[in-house]
Design a binder for this molecule. Structure first.
Ligand code: GLN
Length: 255
C-alpha cells in the first residue's frame, strides 16, 4: 500500500513538473500571438475611460497600444478589470499586456516586465476648491486623505500615515468615488496622478491642486516577466510612433 502511495506521489510530481514545463512553452509561444489581451481599468481619464457612444474603453493608453499593435502587426482585445488586479493578471498570464496608467515602480518590477516609459506623470495633492487650510504638503498633518486602491497615490498616502503625518487614509475603489469622498467632506485631500487630477478638474470641477508634485513617475506597459519578445515589440512600436509623429498626435488629442 505504501509503495503504491509513494509511486502515486512520484507520478503526481512528475506530472506537475511537466505541466509547469508546458505552461512555459505556451508562454514563449505567446510572444508570437496575433492578438494580445490588454487589461485596463477605464476609470482614469484621459488615459482610459468609457466612451459614451460606444461604451468601450478609449483614451490615450488605448489609442497608443492600438497604434503600437498596428505598427507591429498584431491586434489587441481590451479586457476591463480593477486596477489592483492588473499586475497579477499579467504575471499569471491571464492577460498579455497591462495598459492602465501604470507607474513603473521597483515593487511592480519584481512581478512584471515594463516597456520603455511612454509618458511622465507625477502625483499631486488636491483639495476642495474652497479649502484654504491645505496649501501644500506641509499642511497635511492630522488630515484625512482619500486614495484609489493599489495605486502609487495610495502608497504615498500610506507613507505619510506611517510617518505620523496623515490622521487617516481612506482607500477607495475608483477615482470618481475618491473625489466624491473629498467633496462630501469624508476626506480633506486626495493624492492622485497629476494629469488625471487635471482632467477631473476640467470635467467635473470643485477641486484644486495644491503645492508641488510629490513624486515624478513614468508610465509603462506591463507584460509577463519572461515575455521579453512582447516588450521588445511594444518598445519598437513606441519608438516608431515617436519618430513618425503619431505619438505627438495622440498627446495633442488627449492633453
Ligand atoms: N499611476 C498610478 C499607479 O500606477 C495610478 C494608476 C491608476 O489608477 N490607473 O499606481
Amino acid at each position: 500500500m505504501k509503495k503504491i502511495l509513494a509511486l502515486a506521489l512520484v507520478l503526481a510530481l512528475v506530472f506537475s513538473m511537466t505541466a509547469c514545463g508546458s505552461k512555459k512553452a505556451d508562454k514563449s509561444a505567446a510572444a508570437e500571438k496575433s492578438t494580445y489581451v490588454v487589461a485596463t481599468n477605464p476609470d482614469f481619464a484621459p488615459f482610459e475611460f468609457i466612451d459614451e457612444e460606444t461604451q468601450q474603453p478609449t483614451g490615450f493608453d488605448m489609442d497608443l497600444i492600438k497604434a503600437i499593435a498596428e505598427d507591429q502587426g498584431f491586434t489587441v482585445e481590451i479586457q476591463q478589470m480593477g486596477f489592483d488586479a492588473i499586475c497579477g493578471a499579467v504575471q499569471n498570464g491571464v492577460v498579455d499586456i497591462g495598459a492602465s496608467g501604470m507607474s513603473i515602480t521597483p515593487e511592480r518590477q519584481e512581478t512584471v516586465l515594463f516597456s520603455d516609459p511612454y509618458i511622465e506623470a507625477g502625483l499631486s495633492i488636491s483639495v476642495r476648491d474652497d479649502d484654504t487650510t491645505i496649501t501644500s504638503a506641509e499642511d497635511l498633518a492630522g488630515k484625512v486623505c482619500a486614495v484609489q486602491i493599489g495605486t502609487t497615490g495610495a502608497a504615498k498616502a500610506q507613507e505619510l500615515f506611517d510617518a505620523g503625518i496623515l490622521k487617516e487614509v481612506k482607500v477607495l475603489d475608483k477615482v470618481d468615488v475618491v473625489y466624491q469622498e473629498l467633496k462630501t467632506k469624508g476626506a480633506d485631500c486626495v493624492i492622485n496622478d497629476t494629469p488625471v487630477t487635471k482632467a477631473y478638474i476640467s470635467n467635473a470641477g470643485g477641486v484644486k491642486i495644491v503645492g508641488d508634485e510629490l513624486v515624478a513617475d513614468s508610465y509603462g506597459f506591463a507584460v509577463a516577466k519572461d515575455n521579453t519578445a512582447l516588450a521588445e515589440k511594444i518598445n519598437k512600436g513606441l519608438a516608431n510612433l515617436k519618430a513618425n509623429g503619431k505619438y505627438d498626435e495622440l498627446i495633442a488629442k488627449y492633453f
